[in-house]
Design a protein around this ligand. Structure first.
Ligand SMILES: [Mn+2]
Length: 309
């Protein structure tokens, strides 16, 4: 096991809101923090791997999967640090009550975890305000600010998350890499348009229109492609297959509550943007490697369930 040592430790989500949250936390911790990226499935393990005697530990933009609660509690019991956990996803109420016994837990509705942390701890800081604005734009998938999509692309590259978090934390919103990311973004937008032009539209039991977007082996953004599909094809929601173990659901141009579908398949998130973590057997894992569009049993089940929405 790798023990991560630091005076302060900051654990945040792997998406752009996570990067924005982390950048604000870094300012809050006066730049003195070791950064770790994690997610709801791995946070309990992450907590088990950090230095138990760090001064402060701050977690942002990460909810806790229900089946990892015991493991998380076990880790939290051993941590002697001051612990702050700020998140804007939907938590099981009982889980939240339990976890809040071991740390300062803020779970509140907010467009992004970045803006929630900003309001709670950094509301006098102008740079944090600007970072929080990017977090909101990114996590609501509005992408109306000029660089949001380019940032999203940038953090998908190796090292991109650490790089952008550090640049944001010192108030640099046009880092050197940005121009390169913008060029690549143009190509990805063309790819997304091609994918959308080939999609079929399905209709659920209650006459909701949806499409299945298979992003496996494609160089484009799933959220961007989903949004484009919704607009062009008048969709209520979109199912995006990222890989055999990760399927996400996004609201289209009307509101559909998709969270139950995610919860039924080992996932979580928000009502309008959430994800499932389907199980794969050893055989399926192998098949997913051999055949690029292989449909596992649980992914088929997810699509069946989506048809019933
Ligand atoms: Mn978020």
């Amino acid at each position: 096991m790798v023990i991560v040592i630091g005076v302060n430790i900051l654990i945040t989500h792997t998406d752009l809101d996570g990067v924005c949250s982390g950048a604000i936390v870094k300012r809050y911790l006066k730049d003195d923090a070791k950064v770790i990226f994690s997610d709801p499935r791995h946070i309990a393990d992450t907590l088990n791997e950090i230095d138990k005697k760090a001064d402060k530990v701050v977690i942002t933009d990460i909810s806790l999967n229900h089946d990892k609660v015991d493991l998380a509690v076990k880790a939290l019991k051993g941590i002697k640090s001051e612990l702050i956990w700020v998140d804007h996803h939907q938590w099981d109420q009982h889980d939240a009550e339990l976890i809040s016994k071991f740390c300062t837990l803020h779970v509140e509705r907010s467009p992004s975890a970045a803006s929630l942390f900003y309001r709670l701890y950094m509301h006098d800081d102008l740079i944090s305000e600007k970072i929080a604005e990017i977090g909101d734009d990114a996590d609501t998938n509005t992408n109306a600010m000029p660089n949001t999509l380019a940032y999203k692309l940038g953090i998908s590259h190796k090292g991109g998350k650490f790089y952008l978090l550090n640049e944001f934390s010192v108030g640099n919103f046009e880092p050197e890499m940005l121009d390169k990311w913008k060029v690549e973004l143009k190509e990805q937008i063309l790819t997304a348009e091609k994918i959308v032009s080939k999609l079929s539209v399905f209709t659920t039991k209650t006459k909701k229109r949806f499409a299945i977007v298979d992003m496996r082996h494609k160089n484009a953004s799933g959220t961007y492609t989903a949004k484009l599909a919704a607009q062009k094809l008048d969709l209520d929601f979109i199912v995006v297959i990222y890989n055999c173990k990760s399927v996400s659901f996004y609201r289209g141009i009307r509101d559909v509550d998709l969270l139950q579908l995610a919860l039924n398949h080992h996932g979580g998130g928000h009502k309008f943007a959430c994800g499932a973590n389907p199980n794969v057997t050893l055989f399926e894992k192998l098949m997913c490697r051999i055949r690029k569009n292989y449909m596992t049993r649980e992914i088929k089940q997810i699509i069946d369930d989506a048809n019933k929405i």
